[in-house]
Write a protein that binds this ligand. Structure first.
Ligand code: PLP
Length: 664
């Protein structure tokens, strides 16, 4: 859609309009807001600390660190704040309810295994004896060596072989509280056998398969048909295996996980009560269970609607903690058993907020280009029909005009296929068609939504521009592609300027699925995003709440690799209140080729052989051949994403944009 300026007399667009339109104060959770200059600013400690304009971070990353977008920015202080909030919510609920057990949360490292992320979380969690959860052998190896606080737990989920079990039990030898969660009976037998072999007392947990089932995109993790978990009979059998081996005391924890992103607190309530009943009945049978682990599932309000929609949640962290603590206590008191220590394995709620992916939109595919066609068009009946439709738009019904328009378009296509339509007429018909669709859409939008004819309801999507963005959905936003998960996406600057374009985003992979065409909305899912014109300067979009799973699950589709990354810390001693502590360069072309078994040296050698042959056969002069070869070798060290030209228009300091001046 061409850039449509605000109607004359329309009220000015303010940053409050932007905040409301993009729902920033809803999903932002106090971490994100808009500055008077129209830039998204980050408050990693909410109202308790300084603000960081994202454009300033980009400026420094580009100009000082020499990195380009796409750029992943990690706000490490947000991680600390999330750890604090979750732990304090449980501790407060425990104190308020006079609950007799402790809270011993663990961070599931699969949600984001990056060492700097894990270390920050463990450091922030020291005061709370916050531990980790691992779900595979490699995670177990990493977790065991990074974990340092023997009061905190290491919970081992996932299917296990002897090597996994032995490694976990090395932790027991070192005095760590490593709890092996058995996913099936054979694992209980294996744990008992390996523990005897090593001469160590294991701590064993069992994952119970609850009837309670979640809702939304991860609902299949729970319920009768779940991939993991023991039935009631299997739990009793597992306890017997431990008893027969003289290891009854090893049965320390009962665990459940009904799925990630549980949107409705009533589901949490039901699952907690069901699991607490299992715990209580097992205690009554004499098993020395100490811990009840409620798994993950604490949701993130990606769309800010506060609803039970799959990308939202109808509860707060505080209500979640209160629900777990009270639910377990109520059942235990009823059954007259001691309150267990509580464990939760929240992942996305800890890490989602801390990272923002910034991508540059560097072009757009428009249905109605701003520049009209300059070709001269011969007189033609189809064009006269379109002119009639245009000139009588006001006095005819919108559907009548729409049907005429569709008719002309189809007629033009038929004539073209039969060879009766001149390319110039076809071009003019297409141009006029889209202009008229836009005018019909404008009129439809002015109607009461109830009165918009069915035929015209889809026009907005039909008309949407496509902003081309320098990133890969498959590398950086996998859950959007695979599951349709929604993420808040907002221009990180120019928010004091009215967005004039409705568009979708397409990435640079050569796959038509490489796009974002579903966006957050309060009541529904939006088909388009309000955007600004990209031709006026560098245009950066922030994809927010991407810290959970997206960083780590990305794949190499089209061989686009990991993106550049900067880690930002608040620092009172810095004049502007923050600094970039670390940068991690994204993958180079030779690195991603290496992952698919191409060695850079071998590729260069093969190119050299071809250049030598071309020189021999006089297709190339030797100097030219060597220059081309050097260029190829240099190119292998380039990053995988596009290097966009920094011409005058694209200069970050181009006065046209609302980017703040460079930091002194
Ligand atoms: N624990 C287990 C066993 C899981 O499978 C998962 C993820 O699905 C989690 C914890 C983390 O869940 P979430 O990120 O929803 O907190």
């Amino acid at each position: 859609m061409s850039d449509t300026p605000a109607a004359p007399g329309a009220p000015a667009w303010t940053i409050d309009d932007a905040t409301e339109h993009y729902l920033i104060d809803r999903w932002g959770n106090g971490y994100f807001s808009v500055s008077p200059e129209g830039n998204v600013v980050v408050s990693p400690l909410k109202e308790r600390g300084a603000q960081i304009p994202i454009v300033e971070v980009i400026r420094e990353a580009v100009e000082v660190e020499g990195l380009q977008t796409p750029l992943l920015i990690r706000f490490q202080d947000i991680l600390r704040d999330r750890v604090r909030e979750i732990n304090e919510a449980f501790n407060e609920a425990i104190a308020e309810n006079k609950y007799q057990g402790l809270y011993r949360g663990v961070y599931p490292i699969k949600v984001n295994q990056l060492r700097e992320v894990l270390e920050e979380i463990l450091d922030a969690g020291k005061a709370y004896h916050y531990g980790i959860e691992v779900g595979s052998k490699p995670e177990c190896f990493a977790g065991l060596s990074v974990h340092a606080d023997n009061e905190s737990l290491i919970v081992c989920n996932g299917y296990k072989d002897d090597n996994f079990i032995r490694t976990a039990l090395i932790g027991r030898k070192l005095g760590k509280k490593v709890i092996l969660i058995a996913e099936k009976l054979a694992e209980v037998r294996a744990i008992v056998r390996v523990a005897k072999d090593l001469g160590v007392e294991p701590m064993i947990g069992l994952r119970v398969r609850l009837m309670a089932k979640s809702a939304g995109k991860w609902a299949e993790s729970g319920g009768e048909n779940a991939k993991f978990g023991l039935t009631t009979g299997e739990i009793l059998e597992a306890a017997k295996i431990m008893g027969d081996a003289g290891m009854s005391a090893a049965f320390r924890l009962l665990h459940f996980h009904i799925g990630s992103q549980v949107p409705d607190i009533l589901i949490v309530k039901r699952a907690v009560r069901e699991a607490a009943r299992y715990y209580a009945k097992l205690r009554q049978l004499g098993y020395p269970l100490e811990f009840l682990d409620v798994g993950g599932g604490l949701a993130v309000d990606y769309d800010g609607s506060g609803s039970t929609f799959h990308s939202s949640m109808n509860y707060s962290v505080k209500e979640y903690a209160e629900t777990v603590v009270y639910g377990v206590m109520d059942v235990c008191d009823d059954e007259r058993v001691p309150h267990p220590h509580l464990v939760s394995e929240s992942g996305r709620a800890v890490v989602a907020h801390h990272s923002v992916l910034v991508v540059e939109a560097f072009g757009s595919i428009e249905k109605t280009p701003e520049e009209p066609l300059e070709v001269l068009t011969p007189d033609h009946k189809l064009i006269r029909d379109l002119l009639y439709t245009r000139d009588h738009l006001a006095e005819r019904s919108l559907t009548e005009s729409w049907h005429d328009l569709v008719d002309v378009k189809e007629e033009a296509q038929k004539m073209f296929e039969l060879g009766f339509l001149d390319l110039r007429v076809k071009a003019r018909v297409e141009e006029m068609y889209w202009q008229l669709v836009e005018r019909i859409q404008e009129r439809a939008e002015a109607l009461d939504p109830e009165e918009v004819p069915d035929d015209l309801r889809d026009l907005k999507r039909h008309l949407a521009d496509q902003h081309i963005c320098n990133f890969s959905v498959f590398q950086s936003l996998l859950d959007h592609w695979a599951l349709g998960q929604l993420f808040p996406i907002v221009p990180i600057h120019r928010l004091n300027e009215r967005p004039t374009v409705q568009g979708t985003l397409v990435d640079i992979t050569c796959d038509s699925d490489g796009k974002v065409s579903k966006f957050i909305d309060l009541k529904d899912v939006r088909e388009t995003l309000s955007l600004h014109n990209v031709t006026k300067g560098p245009y950066y979009l922030g994809i927010f709440l991407t810290g959970a799973y997206q960083d780590i699950m990305g794949d190499l589709h089209n061989l686009f690799g990991r993106v550049n990354e900067v880690h930002v810390f608040l620092e009172e001693d810095e004049e502007r209140g923050w600094y970039i502590e670390e940068t991690i360069a994204g993958n180079t072309i030779s690195e991603v080729l290496g992952m698919t078994q191409y060695s850079a040296a071998d590729l260069a050698a093969r190119m050299k052989a071809q250049v030598d042959a071309a020189i021999k056969s006089d297709k190339l002069r030797p100097t030219e051949g060597m220059r081309l070869l050097a260029e190829y070798e240099r190119g292998l060290r380039d990053q995988t994403y596009l290097t966009l030209p920094r011409d005058e228009r694209r200069d970050i300091d181009n006065g046209r944009t609302s980017l703040p001046p460079a930091a002194k």
